[in-house]
Design a protein around this ligand. Structure first.
Ligand SMILES: NC(=O)c1ccc[n+]([C@@H]2O[C@H](COP(=O)([O-])OP(=O)(O)OC[C@H]3O[C@@H](n4cnc5c(N)ncnc54)[C@H](OP(=O)(O)O)[C@@H]3O)[C@@H](O)[C@H]2O)c1
Length: 364
C-alpha cells in the first residue's frame, strides 16, 4: 500500500479544515470533510450537511460528477457502510469509480464501521490511520471528540466549566451577579456556541434563572438547555423552560410539577435509575437524544457529583481576580492527582485553566 503523497496529505488537511467549518450544525452526525483528487487536481470537495442531507463523501461525489472516476478520496473519517437516513458512503465511492481512499480516523460506531473492508472488497486501495500518521489522526480525534465519546462510552463528551474566586468559592462574594469579568463570560459563550447542549442543576436555575443560550458571540445554532432536577423544583416561569429545556427527573418526581413544566414548554423525562446510576442514565439519555458535546455549567453540588462519577472529559476553570488576592498569586493549582493542565490563558483580569483527566482516569 502506497503511503499518502504530498498532494493527498494536503487534501487531508483541507478536508479537516472543511469539517471544522461545518461544526456544530451536523449533530448528531460527525462533521466530516472529503476532498477528491485526480492527477493531483481537486475535482470535488464536500462536508457533512445537517441531518438528513449529504454525508461529506456524497457531497464531494456530487461536486465532482464524472470526474470522480479514477480519483482518490481523502476523508477525515472512515467512509460509512451503514444505510441510515442517507445511503452508505463506501459503496457510493466504489460505484463512482474512486480508486483509492485515504482516511485519518477509523469509525468506532458499531453500526457504521466496516467501510474500509467493504472498499477493499470492491477493489479500492485503502490507506488507513496506521499509514496516514499521527498528526492527522489526532486532529480528527480532537475534532470528533463528541462523536467518538458517544461511540465508546455511550455518553456525550463533557466539558465542565466553573468560575471560582481566587480563594475557591463558586458563589460571588457580595451581591455581584457574576464572579468573572466580561471577557471570561464571552469565552463561556464561545464554548456554548461549540456544543449541542448546556446543562445545569436545578439549584442554578433557582438561584440564577439562566438562559443557557449564546448571546455574547454570534452562533449559527443555539445549544439545547438541559436541567438535572430529580425533585422537579424548576419553576415553570424559568427562562430555560420558555426555551423548551429538557428537564431530566426521577421516576417518583411530583406529577403536578411535571404537568406545570410541560404546559410551560419543557420536555420532562423521568429516568428509572436511582442512586449513582441516575447520573449515568441522564448522560446516556442525552447521548441517545443526539447530544455529542455537552457543556456543564452547574453549581458546586452537581459539579462535584459529575467529577465523582468521572463523567468529565475537560474541566475549564475560570479563576477571578477576586477574594483573598490576585488570582495569579493566590491560586492553588487544582491539577492534583488525576488532572493535567492542558492550557493556561487569561481573559481580562481572570485566569482560565483547561484541564483534562490523566490516563489513569481515562477509559472510564
Ligand atoms: N461559579 C460557577 O461557575 C457557578 C455555576 C453555576 C451556579 N453557581 C452558583 O451555585 C449556586 C447554586 O448551587 P447548586 O449547587 O445548588 O447548583 P447545581 O449544582 O446547579 O444544582 C444542584 C441541584 O442539582 C440537582 N441534581 C440533579 N442531579 C444531581 C446529581 N446527580 N447529583 C447532585 N445533584 C443533582 C439536585 O437537586 P435534586 O436532588 O432535586 O435533583 C441539586 O440540588 C448559585 O449560587 C449559583 O449562582 C456558580
Amino acid at each position: 500500500m502506497r503511503a499518502p503523497t504530498v498532494d493527498e496529505r494536503r487534501a487531508l488537511a483541507r478536508a479537516i479544515a472543511l469539517a471544522e467549518r461545518a461544526r456544530p450544525s451536523t449533530a448528531p452526525n460527525p462533521a466530516v470533510g472529503c476532498v477528491l483528487l485526480r492527477d493531483g487536481d481537486v475535482v470535488g470537495e464536500g462536508v457533512t450537511h445537517p441531518p438528513g442531507g449529504h454525508h461529506a463523501e456524497a457531497a464531494a461525489l456530487a461536486a465532482a460528477g464524472p470526474r470522480a472516476a479514477g480519483a482518490t478520496a481523502c476523508v477525515t473519517l472512515e467512509p460509512c457502510a451503514h444505510h441510515g437516513r442517507t445511503p452508505p458512503c463506501a459503496p457510493a465511492l466504489a460505484d463512482a469509480g474512486v480508486r483509492r481512499v485515504v482516511y485519518a480516523h477509523a469509525d468506532p460506531h458499531a453500526l457504521a464501521s466496516g467501510g474500509a473492508d467493504e472498499l477493499r472488497a470492491r477493489g479500492v486501495e485503502v490507506v488507513g490511520p496506521d499509514t496516514v500518521g499521527g498528526v492527522f489522526h489526532h486532529a480528527v480525534a480532537a475534532q470528533l471528540e463528541g462523536f467518538l465519546t458517544v461511540a465508546t462510552h455511550e455518553r456525550p463528551h463533557v466539558t465542565l466549566k466553573a468560575a471560582q474566586t481566587a480563594d475557591g468559592h463558586l458563589r460571588p462574594p457580595d451581591d455581584r451577579r457574576w464572579i468573572t469579568g466580561p471577557a471570561a463570560r464571552a469565552a463561556v459563550h464561545r464554548w456554548r456556541a461549540e456544543v449541542d447542549a448546556v446543562l445545569v442543576g436545578s439549584g442554578t436555575v433557582l438561584a440564577d434563572d439562566p438562559r443557557l443560550d449564546v448571546r455574547l458571540v454570534s452562533s449559527r445554532v443555539q445549544p439545547r438547555a438541559v436541567v438535572l432536577d430529580r425533585r422537579l423544583r424548576t419553576p415553570p416561569d424559568a427562562q430555560v423552560v420558555a426555551r423548551g429545556a429538557l428537564v431530566l427527573t426521577a421516576a417518583d418526581a411530583p406529577t403536578g410539577a411535571e404537568q406545570a413544566l410541560r404546559t410551560a414548554g419543557a420536555d420532562v423525562r423521568r429516568l428509572a435509575a436511582d442512586g449513582s446510576g441516575w447520573l449515568a442514565a441522564a448522560m446516556a439519555t442525552l447521548a441517545a437524544d443526539g447530544v455529542r458535546n455537552l457543556l456543564a455549567e452547574p453549581g458546586a453540588t452537581l459539579a462535584r457529583a459529575m467529577l465523582d462519577a468521572a463523567v468529565v472529559d475537560r474541566l475549564v476553570l475560570h479563576v477571578a481576580d477576586l477574594g483573598t488576592g490576585p488570582a495569579r498569586r493566590a491560586l492553588t493549582p487544582p491539577s492534583g492527582p488525576g488532572w493535567a493542565t492542558e492550557r493556561v490563558g487569561g481573559a481580562g483580569p481572570d485566569l482560565i485553566l483547561q484541564l483534562r483527566p490523566c490516563a489513569a482516569q481515562e477509559g472510564r
